[in-house]
Write a protein that binds this ligand. Structure first.
Ligand code: FE2
Length: 227
């Protein structure tokens, strides 16, 4: 490691921020693993789109390896146990919907619970990342915008039929994501990411995803403000 990276790691990966940093790293890695698992399952739920879902799963696997490299580069041990637990409710909701063959619900959980949540962390992480992690995180963010987003495209195509199901799922998922953001807040603060910018970025991501699916601004605002 060059000196500047060592200084960065020493500062972040010491004292009170040590636990916080390894948890945030763990969450970033686990989000990619969740996405990989979800896409693999979706390839079986929508076999006619299996090729695309499996390609997306491969991409998520590469992303996970990228974040693992970032941790290794800074000699940080990611807290995967904490991260796995953080995603557990969302994972159960996805698996439950998959068993019932509620494809729209599965897709929305992937879009909001995994992609929007992960992007919120990625965008915020850029502001505190070391050079190596910055490069990796930036490439992963670019991937999100350059690959064909099959989840959103499928939901947009079937919007009229699945709109009611999505509204119900949204209420359930949003509650879980809010809880996850609350649990991440203190750790994020400890490494220099404010609660305000986490919430702000999540709303930006949420709005972007739901408008691409077909909800209008009024609907999105209602869905977001409903408790
Ligand atoms: Fe990813």
């Amino acid at each position: 490691m060059v000196q500047s990276q060592m200084d960065y790691a020493t500062k972040l990966y010491s004292g009170t921020s040590q636990v916080a940093f390894s948890r945030i790293k763990g969450i970033m890695i686990q989000a990619e693993q969740e996405a990989y698992n979800n896409f693999t399952r979706l390839s079986k739920l929508l076999p006619e789109q299996a090729d695309v879902f499996l390609r997306l799963a491969k991409m998520e696997s590469r992303h996970r390896e990228g974040f693992e490299d970032c941790s290794r580069h800074l000699h940080v041990i990611p807290d995967t146990e904490f991260a796995e637990q953080l995603f557990s409710d969302l994972r159960c909701a996805f698996q439950d919907a998959a068993v019932k063959h509620q494809v729209a619900t599965c897709l929305l959980i992937q879009v909001l619970g995994v992609e929007c949540f992960a992007s919120t962390l990625h965008k915020n992480y850029l502001s505190i990342a070391d050079e190596f992690s910055h490069r990796v995180t930036r490439a992963i963010i670019d991937d999100k915008y350059s690959h064909f987003n099959l989840c959103e495209a499928w939901l947009r195509t079937h919007f009229k039929v699945v709109q009611d199901e999505l509204q119900v799922t949204n209420r359930q998922v949003l509650l879980l994501i809010r809880r996850m953001l609350d649990r991440v807040e203190l750790d994020a603060q400890a490494i220099g990411i404010s609660q305000y910018s986490l919430t702000e970025e999540f709303i930006v991501q949420y709005d972007e995803a739901l408008s691409q699916i077909g909800f209008n601004a009024r609907n999105i605002l209602r869905m977001l403000s409903r408790k």
